[in-house]
Design a protein around this ligand. Structure first.
Ligand SMILES: O=C(O)CCC(=O)C(=O)O
Ligand SMILES: [Mn+2]
Length: 217
């Protein structure tokens, strides 16, 4: 898809030339899992533009969770976009997707070659500061099928993503820094054997946007 200049930020030829789907990747040392990180998958300038466009253009919502019978705000803002026939339940919250926007389609198409799948939906998270977080979970909802590939793109503040094995307690936790413009791929049996979280921190942090692209069956 060609960028639509009415909606998307402008890209210079420099950005085009420096877009590298083969940006250096690293496989994390995870038994029973397949996780690959590409730092600088997106260029710095375009990542700045994506961050701003998503921050102001996405329909962010504050969802609630029930915790010990009390209703509380989810510690982050979320949004769900995708093909209109694909609905999804996240943390027991039923989500009806908003229709794709040009910038989301652009990001989706850029990561699909590296991921080797065509995604049909994306869950977005906005972490406003260090107090926002996502607690231990696996992306193992039945609608994702067996061994789902999840493509996770980050813009803005670097946050630590942690993995822990569900059964092998002797394995240490694995920390990954999700930097501005990075792509993390989770594949194979990762969701079956590992959980992940973005922990809270008391450090003073700026905001971060994360997009997790998924295939819903
Ligand atoms: O923000 C992240 O990097 C992780 C988000 C996540 O795990 C999720 O939305 O399922
Ligand atoms: Mn997740």
């Amino acid at each position: 898809m060609k960028p639509d200049n009415n909606v998307l930020p402008n890209y210079s030829l420099w950005d085009e030339l420096h877009f590298s789907p083969n940006s250096e990747s690293r496989d994390l040392p995870m038994p029973d899992g397949e996780v690959i990180i590409f730092h600088d998958f997106f260029g710095g300038k375009e990542s700045d533009d994506f961050f701003q466009t998503l921050l102001s253009g996405i329909k962010w919502r504050q969802d609630k969770i029930r915790y010990y019978g009390k209703e509380m705000d989810l510690p982050r803002l979320t949004a769900w976009y995708g093909d209109k026939d694909k609905s999804y339940t996240y943390s027991r919250i039923p989500m009806k997707p908003e229709p794709w926007t040009p910038i989301l389609l652009l990001i989706k198409e850029r990561i699909e070659t590296a991921a080797g799948v065509n995604f049909n939906s994306v869950l977005l998270n906005l972490y406003r500061n260090g107090r926002d977080s996502v607690s231990w979970h696996s992306d193992d909802e039945p609608e994702l099928g067996e061994n789902p590939t999840v493509g996770s793109v980050s813009f803005g503040q670097t946050r630590t993503l942690q993995f822990r094995h569900k059964l092998r307690k002797e394995l240490s936790k694995i920390d990954v820094q999700l930097t501005h413009g990075s792509l993390l791929l989770m594949k194979g049996q990762t969701q079956r054997f590992w959980q992940h979280q973005i922990p809270k921190t008391t450090r003073h942090l700026k905001s971060r946007i994360n997009l997790t692209f998924r295939v819903i069956y």
